[in-house]
Design a protein around this ligand. Structure first.
Ligand code: ADP
Length: 741
């Protein structure tokens, strides 16, 4: 029974391995699959060997049975070696081009070969030496087994050579272990042929594999690491893509927005202005989408920072109200707002992001409400130096289904798409809003009744600053029109259209900039000795980037000109990056007029004296009194907001007078001819003009006429025609009065 010890040990070892291995969660790949079969084969072989030895000891005369069992043992051994070969081969071709196919083919051929070998082993005779104490087998069948194993070992070596670069690949370890064991077994067999050790060797080989390369936990961790790396790479690629996309989209947008803004200031008929304003609005929408995607990517990469400053709380809420009134546009929506008058005037927080949060909620309320009201409310609870802002946005819109509420704040989720087919959106707004609120340690809740309306409430804690609004830096002082006449400005951009846009925008400040198309030309200009007051420099330029150009400029002795980075790359942290790289400031494209104004004011102050000289030549028109218009019910602020400045507003008033001279007789004609369609077109134009000018009563009346015209309701038109005419005549009189005509 001495023979039994080693196989029994092998059996327990194999059993334990099987339990450990199969009870764990495993990765399903070819390697692990092969290893599972190696474990099963070795386990079965151990059982078989223990049985053979027991039978040989107890029933010596059962020669036939013992011979059959021995042959099964040979076959199991053969299969195990074949599996070892497959394992090594798979590792050698893994990851290579067509590797998977090569493996499948090899698997097919070698399985046929192994089957043939097994048949031969069964067919040829085996002899037994059995004394009851010592037992071993020999004969042709056994010799064939040795020969076939030899062939398999050759194959394995070939497979390793195939992957000649990595002999050291630790995944070949089981094979090396097996070879060492095989040599030891051969030597031991010479000394003692009755030593039944082979099955245990297989189990020990498996054991080594388990603890080195096939441990499921380890493999899982390895796989997770690979997946993590892959995800990080993908995320990096995504951020890169977003950054590029932002650049690519912002560059043409820069031209669209820049020229449209410039055109708005030209002397054009109101209808053309309306179209330009539509272009501006669409471009701004597109910009908002790009910014939304950028924000989400920043949030996901934990790169969105909350920047707290002191701000004027009442002004913030007022700005929001004005902006939303503009967005309500034509919609028959009542906009109600209640701002707690006891809100401390100066608070400390990130007002840019607070504005973004409220605007997102209000824009949604307007978007998803056809009629009724939108209510914006700000309540405050003051505790010590903290003011809790309780901001609520309520609407009488489509509402949200209960089952959608949970998904509301997930990105790219949009509901009721069949109903909202025409409502634009990306499904990012609320995801961003929630993240921003949470970044500020605030809370957001939503209540909604499907079909009736929704209410979003946000609670944000802000620190109270015991200051007066006038003490706030930069606050309160509206940027007034100013001139930088005589200032020397250089604009560097490889894109000619961008140069044109910059030139056009700077014209409003009486600046005639020098324009160059590359970093090298910029350096040449400076070396020529031109003393610039300011350089606006694009960063992404071929050959020499803006950053490199700046480094070169800084090496020029006596160079002290402020340089502003001008780039379409608006990914997070850019401002900090550019300032760290030595730029004085950063302007993102499309250039925002207000930002440009602020920058010019900041960096061209020293040119102010020259400006004064320039200004003397400009004939100042006598100031008209806007308050007169306001008293007459004109929403001048709204008009100026839409038309960007008072000059344009006044030009539009003039345009309105001119248009009316022809428009009113034509409307009369169309009414007489019962041509409702053409009447509607003129009523629409009247409504648009009135809206731009903030003449809301007229806009409302004209809208009713436009609708009636579109629906061919001549009776309404006839009945209310005089009412409209009375209103328009009254407004014309007011405008003439104001313009002094
Ligand atoms: P977007 O408005 O760009 O689609 P949001 O993230 O802002 O994306 O909103 C996600 C979805 O939530 C919207 O598509 C809409 O279905 C729903 N939703 C948001 N606000 C409201 C609201 N005030 N009333 C009804 N549905 C809303």
């Amino acid at each position: 029974m001495f023979n039994l010890y080693i196989p029994v040990c092998g059996f327990f070892c194999a059993l334990l391995l099987c339990i450990c291995f199969f009870s764990k969660k495993r990765i399903k790949n070819n390697e692990t699959k092969i290893f599972s079969w190696m474990l099963i084969t070795s386990f079965l072989d151990c059982i078989l060997m223990v049985s053979i030895i027991t039978i040989a000891y107890l029933f010596k005369e059962q020669i036939f049975l013992l011979k059959i069992l021995n042959k099964i043992d040979y076959i199991q051994f053969l299969v195990w070696i074949w599996l070892l070969f497959l394992y090594v081969y798979y590792i050698s071709v893994q990851g290579k081009e067509k590797g998977e196919r090569a493996y499948q083919k090899t698997f097919q051929y070698t399985s046929v070969l192994t089957a043939v070998e097994a048949v031969l082993i069964v067919a040829f005779p085996v002899e037994l030496f059995n004394t009851g104490k010592t037992m071993y087998s020999y004969g042709t069948s056994a010799n064939l087994l040795y020969a076939f194993c030899g062939i398999d070992i050759l194959f394995i070596l070939l497979a390793i050579f195939l992957n000649s670069k990595s002999f050291k690949n630790k995944k070949y370890l089981p094979f090396y272990v097996f070879m060492v064991f095989a040599i030891v077994v051969m030597l031991l067999r010479i000394i003692n042929p009755g030593l039944v050790i082979v099955t245990a060797v297989l189990a020990y080989c498996n054991l080594v594999m388990y603890f080195t390369i096939e441990n499921p936990d380890m493999k899982m961790v390895e796989q997770l690491n690979i997946e993590k790396e892959r995800a990080e790479k993908a995320n990096h690629a995504k951020t890169e893509f977003l950054s590029n996309m932002s650049h690519e989209i912002r560059t043409p947008l820069n031209a669209i927005v820049g020229f449209s803004q410039a055109l708005m200031e030209e002397d054009l008929p109101p209808s053309a202005k309306e179209e330009i304003s539509d272009i501006l609005m669409s471009s701004n929408n597109l910009l908002e989408i790009v910014n939304g995607i950028l924000d989400i990517s920043k949030i996901e990469a934990n790169r969105l920072e909350i920047v707290n400053t002191e701000y004027n709380s009442h002004k913030l809420m007022k700005d929001i109200q004005t902006l939303i009134k503009g967005r309500i546009g034509d919609k028959p929506l009542e906009f109600r707002s209640y701002i707690d008058a006891s809100m401390p005037p100066v608070l400390f927080g990130d007002f840019v992001r607070i504005k973004q949060i409220i605007i997102n909620l209000l824009t949604n309320a307007v978007k998803y409400t056809k009629e009724g009201f939108v209510e914006f409310k700000v309540d405050t609870v003051i505790q010590g130096e903290i003011c809790r802002l309780i901001i609520s946005v309520e609407d009488s819109g489509i509402g949200i289904k209960l089952e959608d509420i949970d998904k509301l704040f997930r990105k790219f989720e949009r509901f009721e798409l069949e109903k909202n087919i025409t409502t634009e959106g990306t499904g990012l707004g609320l995801a961003i809003t929630k993240s921003l609120v949470e970044l500020m340690n605030g809370k957001i809740v939503v209540q909604s009744i499907y079909g009736k309306g929704s209410k979003f409430t946000v609670a944000l804690d802000q620190r109270i600053i015991p200051k007066d609004i006038h003490e706030l830096e930069g606050e309160g002082e509206e940027i007034e029109d100013f001139s930088c006449f005589g200032a020397k400005v250089l604009v560097v951009d490889d894109n000619k259209i961008n140069l044109k846009v910059a030139k056009r925008l700077l014209r409003d400040y009486q600046i005639e900039p020098d324009l160059v198309l590359s970093g090298q030309e910029c350096i040449d200009k400076v070396l020529e000795g031109t003393q610039y007051d300011l350089i606006l420099m694009d960063d992404m330029m071929p050959h020499m980037s803006g950053t490199q150009t700046l480094q070169n400029l800084k090496n020029i002795i006596g160079f002290h000109t402020p340089v502003i980075a001008l780039t379409a790359n608006a990914i997070s942290g850019m401002k900090e990056k550019y300032i760290a790289n030595g730029f004085n400031d950063y302007l993102s494209k499309p250039i925002n007029q207000k930002d440009l104004s602020i920058a010019l004011q900041k960096y061209l102050k020293k040119s102010e004296k020259k400006l004064e000289e320039g200004k003397i030549e400009v004939q100042e028109e006598p100031k008209k009194d806007i308050s007169y218009l306001k008293e007459q019910g004109f929403d001048v602020d709204h008009g100026i907001e839409l038309l960007s400045d008072l000059d344009t507003y006044e030009m539009t008033l003039e345009g309105f007078l001119e248009e009316s001279e022809t428009r009113i007789p034509k409307m009369e004609q169309f009414k007489q001819a019962k041509d409702a369609a053409n009447y509607a077109i003129l009523a629409h134009a009247m409504k648009s003009d009135a809206k731009y000018l903030g003449i809301m009563t007229l806009a409302d009346l004209a809208l009713q006429h436009e609708m009636a015209g579109k629906e061919n309701r001549m009776d309404y038109i006839e009945e209310h025609y005089q009412e409209l005419m009375n209103e328009v005549e009254k407004d014309i009189a007011i405008i003439k009065n104001y313009l002094g005509k």
